[in-house]
Design a protein around this ligand. Structure first.
Ligand code: PLP
Length: 368
């Protein structure tokens, strides 16, 4: 059976450049902390990867703290910056939502952080704060007003953390222009390996390590570095940087999918469709048909998509993102996420439309 992978926001296929860099690193021995030549070679590879990751986001290499992924980087940001109250948007990834107790800043019905509410919440309490706002949502793709939120945060003496996991490689990123003090990245969303990521935080920013030990990563993250993963991450960042300007082209296929699916089922809903969105993401609800039913029917036809946020242990549960946007629960339970990538082609979209259309036709026939 032909397979159509349309779940790139969950994980992207490994780029050949990343695989090659990792294979080479796996064949070499050396701890970056050792002073002998093998150690120095490993250190050089580590620092070269650091420079590649930093270049993708326009940050100094010294600001990169390698972690085990986006989840750990988010935890490090929210728990490693101490003595500040936390304000997070209602649509953050669970790794932010569960990092520490936080006040929740609401979003509009379009899925964008309510900046007036943020300003009120910042003004209401003089204690220093840390605001966490993702750059684009993993379920709807809706891009968030991070630069404006950073300006508000700074005006009130707050810091801003931005989870840019879904944006790196999809839109050009310049940390300074964004105004973020801390930024989260994950390798496997941009064609690097799973289990590696980074928190970007200026070296002078006081950041308490969650994991202490050998003093690696400037004392911000102890433990021998995952060198094969990190060089794969670096190679993926370098390759993604080459392609980022052309990435918006994938919107043609996404828009075609959206047009064709909503033509089949006029009652289908597109969440975040009228906002600035990632070019590859389509969050689609079919009221009355549970997301799990759609995901399974598509999978049987070789089409892989996810229900709500796929990052959460294979369980299908109602999306807190759609809840926060005021989508009625029964409707939110029918939402699937279709996410495309650089190698998605028209045949993948044809396969999706055919399989989803067949499911819809069966439901209509049963209801008649
Ligand atoms: N933040 C966002 C927005 C995500 O989509 C994800 C993964 O799904 C993460 C963080 C977690 O990243 P990782 O899988 O590298 O732990």
């Amino acid at each position: 059976m032909r397979l159509a992978y349309l779940d790139w926001n969950a994980t992207a296929p490994l780029r050949p450049e990343a695989a090659a860099a990792m294979t080479e690193a796996l064949a070499r021995c050396g701890n970056p902390s050792s002073v002998h030549r093998f150690g120095r070679d490993a250190r050089r590879a580590l620092e070269a990867a650091r420079a590649q990751v930093a270049a993708l986001v326009g940050a100094p290499a010294a600001a990169i703290v390698f972690t085990s992924g986006g989840t750990e980087a988010n935890q490090l940001a929210l728990r490693g910056i101490t003595g500040r109250r936390l304000l997070i948007s209602a649509i953050e990834h669970d790794s932010v939502r569960q990092a520490a107790p936080a006040a929740i800043v609401p979003v509009t019905r379009q899925g964008v952080m309510d900046l007036a509410a943020l300003e009120r919440m910042l003004a209401a309490d003089p204690r220093p704060a840390l605001v966490s706002l993702m750059l684009a949502n993993n379920e709807t793709g809706v891009v968030q007003p991070v630069a404006e939120a950073a300006r508000l945060a700074h005006a009130h003496g707050a810091l801003l953390h931005c989870d840019a996991v879904q944006v790196a490689g999809k839109l050009p990123l310049a940390m300074e222009r964004l105004g973020a003090d801390l930024l989260t990245l994950s390798a496997h969303k941009l064609g690097g390996p799973q289990g590696v990521g980074a928190l970007v935080a200026a070296p002078e920013l006081a950041l308490a390590a969650l994991q202490t030990g050998g003093g690696q990563e400037r004392g911000r993250r102890g433990g021998t570095e995952n060198l094969p993963g990190i060089v794969g991450f670096g190679a993926a960042c370098a390759a993604a940087a080459q392609e980022v300007d052309g990435y918006a082209g994938v919107a043609h296929l996404r828009d075609a999918a959206e047009r064709r699916l909503t033509a089949i089922a006029p009652e289908a809903r597109v969440y975040g469709g009228d906002m600035a969105r990632l070019a590859n993401t389509l969050c689609l609800g079919l009221p009355g048909v549970p997301a799990a039913t759609q995901v399974m029917a598509l999978d049987l036809a070789g089409v892989m998509v996810s229900a709500g946020s796929a990052c959460s242990s294979g369980k299908v549960r109602r999306s807190h993102v759609l809840d926060a946007m005021g989508v009625p629960p029964a409707e939110a339970e029918s939402a699937i996420r279709i996410s495309l990538g650089r190698s998605t082609g028209p045949a993948d979209i044809d396969q999706l439309v055919e399989a989803w259309g067949a499911l819809y036709a069966r439901r209509q026939a049963n209801a008649a």
